[in-house]
Design a binder for this molecule. Structure first.
Ligand SMILES: NC(=O)c1ccc[n+]([C@@H]2O[C@H](COP(=O)([O-])OP(=O)(O)OC[C@H]3O[C@@H](n4cnc5c(N)ncnc54)[C@H](OP(=O)(O)O)[C@@H]3O)[C@@H](O)[C@H]2O)c1
Length: 288
């Protein structure tokens, strides 16, 4: 591929690390309904170093370390370089290396939009996070705890200690326990798993409770009970969320997840791992 050039309002970043999200292999497999966009460069998140700034960009200079989230359309971050709008990147937190920063962009943004902007989680509320060991779920556990909520989270046996270390007050092993019996009435459920897990989540919500979801429900499931609200967050991508991630990292409220790395050339293996649906933390591709 030719080297990208910075357009108006853009930077070019030399990518050091890019992370893998389920949407990557779903897109590759034609499951997003926009297969006409293929072939394309996959990848949503990266951490790297600014190599060029375009006209109108004053907030970054060549040599700055940045992390960011690529736009939903167009080429992504499984690459040595990307031209990207400056509004989609932020300075990399000092305390994080490129691998850790690459693992926080999209999952952090998704969790923040879901919990802070959409659920508006408050101190004293009770939340159940479905999928506490995953990329989004792991960030959400830390974010909800920081907000002062009492945090319940589900995961499988091998990840119970990991999710507890992230800060969950109570971890439900879904292979041995039924969350509908193990959690008290909740103000919020954040569902990152979907399907039957989502349907069964209604029963743990208090009247007026909010179910915020990012993974699909099951087809033909039961109707939404009258006593709860179900909200799919609108996850826009913007620097303010990257800066909020940096703020939370600086406060010590959020740490990088457990990370499994692969060289970029082994992305096929990374996709196989992501497609199991049982990743703990994040998968990061090492680009340089
Ligand atoms: N990544 C993003 O930023 C993003 C943005 C928007 C939407 N989404 C969607 O949100 C979903 C989750 O994304 P992700 O990136 O967090 O996925 P991920 O990193 O692959 O994590 C999936 C997690 O789900 C857990 N899990 C699987 N079955 C479960 C069950 N029955 N109960 C509780 N936990 C269960 C797994 O833990 P165990 O191994 O312990 O089962 C695993 O840790 C995907 O459908 C994705 O497409 C993701």
């Amino acid at each position: 591929m030719p080297d990208p050039k910075a357009g108006v309002g853009q930077i070019v970043a030399a990518i050091h690390a890019a992370s893998v999200n389920p949407i990557d292999w779903k897109t590759r497999a034609g499951m997003r309904g926009d297969a006409s966009a293929l072939p394309m460069i996959l990848g949503c998140e990266f951490s790297g170093v600014v190599s060029e700034t375009g006209p109108g960009v004053s907030e970054f200079a060549p040599g700055d370390s940045v992390f960011g989230v690529a736009p939903q359309t167009g080429d992504g971050t499984y690459a040595e370089a990307i031209a990207i709008d400056a509004g989609l990147v932020a300075l990399r937190p000092d305390s994080l290396g490129h691998v850790e920063a690459a693992a926080l962009g999209l999952v952090g943004l998704t969790a923040l939009v879901s919990l802070e902007d959409t659920a508006k989680i408050k101190a004293g509320e009770t939340i159940l996070i479905q999928g506490g060991a995953g990329g989004v779920g792991g960030f959400a556990v830390q974010c909800a705890k920081h907000a002062g909520a009492t945090v319940y989270a589900t995961t499988s046996t091998r990840n119970v200690d990991y999710v507890r270390r992230l800060g969950a007050d109570s971890v439900i092993d879904y292979t041995t326990d039924d969350f509908t019996k193990a959690v008290p009435p909740c103000d919020v459920v954040f569902d990152t798993v979907g399907g039957a897990v989502q349907e069964r989540s209604f029963s743990v919500l208090k009247p007026g409770g909010r179910l915020v979801w990012i993974a699909g429900g099951s087809e033909g499931g039961p109707p939404l009970p009258a006593h709860v609200e179900m909200i799919r967050p609108r996850v826009d991508r913007h620097r303010r969320h990257m800066e909020r991630i940096t703020e939370l990292v600086g406060l010590g409220a959020v740490t990088a997840p457990e990370i499994t790395t692969f060289p970029l050339a082994q992305v096929a293996r990374a996709h196989e791992m992501s497609a199991t649906g049982h990743v703990r933390g994040k998968i990061v591709l090492l680009v340089r």
